[in-house]
Design a protein around this ligand. Structure first.
Ligand SMILES: [Zn+2]
Ligand SMILES: [Zn+2]
Length: 237
């Protein structure tokens, strides 16, 4: 059984704590006995490489994108390289918004030794100039896996739109509540539960179990591409 937390922010996200650096995230993940984690920063993959190099807990390359409709959608990629190429395209569609880091939070790019090496320019917590449908298309064109993030709270698809879009290319939906879990199941989605950690002590506070024998990152990604619902277990079943 694989214990996974597939939604963790790093110090790159302005809303995340600046202590979310590779060594801290990695040791917390081990403390919580997570077998795999995914760093999913807002609209950028700039910290993925350092985290992947630094952390010996298997890492899935991820991102959390804000669509034009202000819906958050997670995406997972087969490699950091694919994620970075995706992130580059996304940057061209990211409105350049000046911001005050002192009030809105710092966007820190780190190296694998936890050292701050640069600051990402332009506020990351903005809506990308692309519809949800186009974003899903872009994720799929990079062989990625789209997942609706925290559907049942602010910036979640049900919260923002009231309904799930008619798009059967999205198979999984992250939920926060039992009610959200039931709604996702009723609409034919495979529910995931993740922490959406912005602080170290939140890592692993919610997780999903995958009924898989071994964790080979290629195989795990292939499973997410074509998930078997009976092998994905949230805290509610
Ligand atoms: Zn979010
Ligand atoms: Zn998030």
């Amino acid at each position: 059984m694989i214990k996974a937390d597939l939604h963790v922010h790093s110090c790159l996200s302005p809303c995340a704590d600046i202590t979310m650096v590779p060594s801290v995230v990695c040791s917390k993940a081990k403390e919580k006995r997570l077998d795999v984690i995914a760093i999913c920063d807002h609209n950028s993959c700039a910290n993925l490489e350092s985290f992947t190099k630094a952390c010996d807990v298997p890492m899935l390359s991820g991102i959390e994108i804000t669509s034009q409709e202000e819906v958050h959608v997670l995406a997972y990629f087969r490699s950091t390289e694919a994620a970075n190429r995706f992130s580059k395209i996304l940057k061209d569609h990211r409105p350049k918004v000046e911001f005050e880091p002192e009030t809105l939070g710092y966007q820190l790019i780190v190296n694998e030794k936890d050292e701050f090496v640069a600051m990402e320019e332009g506020y990351l917590h903005v809506a990308i100039d692309m519809s949800l449908e186009k974003i899903v298309e872009l994720i799929l064109s990079f062989d990625g896996v789209p997942v609706y993030a925290h559907i049942d709270r602010l910036f979640g698809v049900l919260y923002q739109l009231g309904i799930f879009p008619a798009d059967d290319r999205v198979r999984m939906a992250e939920v926060r509540t039992k009610e959200g879990w039931q709604k996702a199941l009723r609409s034919g989605y495979i529910p995931l539960t993740n922490s959406d950690a912005h602080r170290p002590d939140e890592i692993g506070c919610r997780f999903t179990r995958f009924d898989l024998d071994t964790l080979n990152s290629e195989e795990f990604f292939d499973f997410l591409k074509n998930p078997d619902p009976s092998k994905v277990l949230t805290i509610w079943g």
